[in-house]
Design a protein around this ligand. Structure first.
Ligand SMILES: C[S@@+](CC[C@H](N)C(=O)[O-])C[C@H]1O[C@@H](n2cnc3c(N)ncnc32)[C@H](O)[C@@H]1O
Length: 210
């Protein structure tokens, strides 16, 4: 997979999300990340929007393949109150051992990866049996709104770092073999109509790996 940079998207990312992060999105991140403990891997960590919301962890690894995002992420990671490592790695190819983490965090990432099935298989591989995938993702809608998402996806994806509003990510998580133990819609988080619904959830990796 070639190295990539979405410089404009990375430069605008914090600005675009600023209001939501100070309000409901920040609150929902904090609620989700309360569930994180032990050795945690975050995929597609972006500029580090989750960092202020983690509880104290024994180790946090932030994987981010986009250099423009990583340049914003690195100083924030260095300022964290616990050990944080930043890796240049796509979710589809994680340089981590099998069953080596207790939780994988994905927020707004499975819409953007090149291959969601492969990314989820990698998350399963690196999670210990019983380890958890903690996610906040915007997902495919139903009916007319889904068809609108299909039409808008090519242009939106080009503008927003490869984001696909029309992915049925909850189905993909189940298809990857995870058992979803908590799932709720975040209707209070502001977003354009074509990047709704947004869901938060917890999915457990089965015993026996991938
Ligand atoms: C919408 S941003 C979300 C950033 C961050 N997770 C957050 O919650 O603010 C999507 C992120 O996914 C990253 N991304 C895109 N393709 C990826 C891939 N194949 N593997 C991992 N991350 C990827 C992008 O570089 C970007 O940082």
């Amino acid at each position: 997979m070639p190295a990539r940079e979405h410089r404009v998207f990375a430069a605008l990312y914090d600005l675009i999300g600023r209001r939501a992060e100070r309000g409901p999105m920040g609150a929902r991140r904090r609620e989700l990340l309360r569930e994180a403990s032990g050795r945690v891997l975050e995929i597609g960590a972006g500029t580090g929007a989750n960092l202020p919301h983690y509880p104290a962890l024994s180790a946090l690894t932030l994987a981010e393949p986009d250099g423009a995002m990583r340049r914003r992420l690195a100083p924030r990671a260095a300022a964290a109150a616990f050990p944080v490592e930043v890796l240049d790695a796509p979710a589809e190819r994680l340089p981590l051992a099998d069953a080596s983490v207790d939780a994988v965090v994905s927020t707004g990432v499975l819409c953007s990866v090149d291959d969601p099935a492969r990314a989820l298989a990698e998350a399963r591989r690196v999670l210990r049996p019983g380890g958890r995938l903690l996610f906040i993702e915007h997902v495919r809608a139903e009916g007319r709104r889904a068809r609108l998402q299909d039409r808008l996806t090519p242009a939106w994806s080009a503008m927003c770092g490869g984001c696909h509003p029309n992915r049925d990510t909850v189905a993909a998580i189940r298809a990857a073999g995870f058992a979803i133990t908590a799932l709720r819609r975040l209707d209070d988080v502001p977003a354009a109509p074509w990047i709704r619904p947004i869901v938060a959830g917890v999915a457990v990796a089965p015993a026996g790996g991938g």
